[in-house]
Design a binder for this molecule. Structure first.
Ligand code: S3P
Length: 166
């Protein structure tokens, strides 16, 4: 089986759902942000702070290439990963992209107390979420070959994904 790549906005549940899918399928799970942190020895916030978002995106694209050499993985992409066409092209070659769609209100609630995501450390967080979500949703939709409504519990969403994949 090829890789399964989970895509969607920050807070849509990619990592939690990815771990559940990994348990159920016995396919290893890779969280791209964690992978980047391990590779660089820095936190995502640290990379943004020290080198800027551009450098983070470069590393992220390198990691897409690295992971595309592997197979049979469940991969949770970062929220921005699949908004770049080169990453979409690379990851699409290696597996199936699943878009987990979660509505704005739910994302705001889940991300309310977040301190780790550099893009959300702004004065008007909900406005930022709205703006990014509007720009990104059509891109996620066109990148993915599988669409799931993510406005349910992670276990339920994982089961829906498995049902579609089987
Ligand atoms: C980002 C999402 C984050 C992380 C970085 C940038 C984005 O990943 O890659 O903070 O651009 O949406 P999660 O979606 O796992 O939070």
């Amino acid at each position: 089986m090829k890789n399964i790549i989970l895509c969607g906005f920050m807070g849509c549940g990619k990592s939690t759902i990815g771990k559940i899918l990994s348990n159920k399928t016995k396919m290893p799970f890779i969280d791209m942000d964690k992978y980047i942190e391990k590779k660089t020895g820095m936190t995502v916030s640290g990379i943004f702070e020290k080198y800027g978002e551009g450098k983070f995106r470069e590393i992220e694209s390198e990691v897409c290439l690295e992971l595309s050499e592997k197979s049979d993985l469940i991969i949770a992409a970062g929220g921005g990963t699949l908004t770049f066409q080169k990453n979409i092209d690379v990851l699409k070659r290696t597996g199936r992209i699943v878009f987990i769609d979660v509505k704005y209100e739910m994302l705001c609630k889940r991300l309310k107390h977040d301190k780790k995501r550099p893009l959300l450390q702004v004065e008007n967080r909900n406005e930022k979420i709205k703006e990014l979500l509007k720009a990104r949703t059509p891109i996620y939709k066109s990148a993915a070959s599988i669409y799931v409504d993510g406005n349910f519990s992670s276990g339920y969403v994982a089961d829906i994904i498995l049902g579609i994949l089987n």
